[in-house]
Write a protein that binds this ligand. Structure first.
Ligand code: SF4
Length: 72
């Protein structure tokens, strides 16, 4: 799963880090970044994206680029 964080949307709530601390962390500017996209199961990463209050986490299928979250 390809994880992209829209840094213009992230407001540092750290919900994603609570959901999946091995994948997400806050950088020095208190904006989320991906440490290791493969460090957790897809369900946890999807949960992190879903609970992000600003919908800053974009998930796509590796290879196909198919959007997993958010879906319009
Ligand atoms: S939950 Fe969303 S807003 Fe909060 S730190 Fe993670 S990406 Fe940023």
């Amino acid at each position: 799963m390809k994880i992209t964080i829209d840094r213009t949307k992230c407001e540092g709530y750290a919900k994603c880090i609570q959901a999946s601390p091995k994948v997400f962390k806050l950088d020095a500017k208190m904006i989320a970044e991906v440490i290791d996209a493969k460090a957790d199961i897809d369900e946890k990463i999807l949960l992190a994206a879903k609970i992000c209050p600003t919908k800053a986490i974009i998930l796509e299928e590796e290879g196909t680029g198919k959007k997993i979250f958010p879906v319009e």
